[in-house]
Write a protein that binds this ligand. Structure first.
Ligand code: IMP
Ligand code: MG
Length: 173
């Protein structure tokens, strides 16, 4: 497997993401809503980085949703299924949906629509890795860490059939 981003490059990208997020939510409460399982590492690392910034959000709540998309192993189909919903109410709150990667954009597009119906105060999306050339729906994440070529990648929370998720670096399968 070919390494695309090292653990150091990933850590630096998370720090940069956290800085811009912190600046936008200064003094405001924030819900980090991680998309399982791919955003596990990112959500935790982002929460740590945000907490270390003194003039960031006033408080941070972490919550998760679990989503699966039908399709074959390396491509999504256009449908998502919510396996587990958020546990905290999002009405009137600032919600930042955190996903490890945006590919066709279907997952974040569908989640945005679902959460928007619940009338949050604000709703934004953050991804660490973005395959911008692969979109099949109109979805631009508000915070983007690192660009990716059109390749299937694993590591830092991202899997291929539940394998390679715990790699500390990002690799092309
Ligand atoms: P999208 O809905 O096509 O944007 O795909 C987003 C979801 O598909 C992510 O949350 C991942 O779970 C998965 N995914 C997309 N591309 C990759 C990849 O290169 N490696 C691992 N998982 C991926
Ligand atoms: Mg997966």
């Amino acid at each position: 497997m070919r390494e695309i981003y090292s653990p150091q490059q990933i850590a630096e990208a998370v720090r940069v993401l956290a800085k811009s997020i912190a600046a936008d939510y200064r003094g405001k409460p924030l819900i980090l809503l991680g998309v399982l399982k791919g955003a596990l590492y990112l959500t935790v690392d982002l929460a740590r980085a945000l907490s270390a910034i003194p003039d960031g959000p006033s408080d941070i709540v972490m919550d998760f949703v679990s989503v699966t998309s039908y399709g074959n192993e390396t491509d999504s189909s256009g449908n998502i299924r919510l396996l587990m919903d958020a546990t905290v109410p999002v009405a009137g709150r600032n919600v930042l949906v955190v996903d490890g990667i945006a590919d066709r954009g279907i997952t974040l597009h569908a989640l945005r629509a679902l959460l928007q119906e619940r009338a949050p105060e604000s709703l934004r999306t953050a991804v660490l890795f973005d395959k911008l050339g692969r979109r099949s729906v109109d979805l631009a994440a508000d915070y983007v860490g690192l660009p990716l070529p059109n390749a299937f990648v694993v590591g830092y929370g991202l899997d291929y059939q539940e394998n390679y998720r715990t790699l500390p670096y990002l690799a092309e399968l």
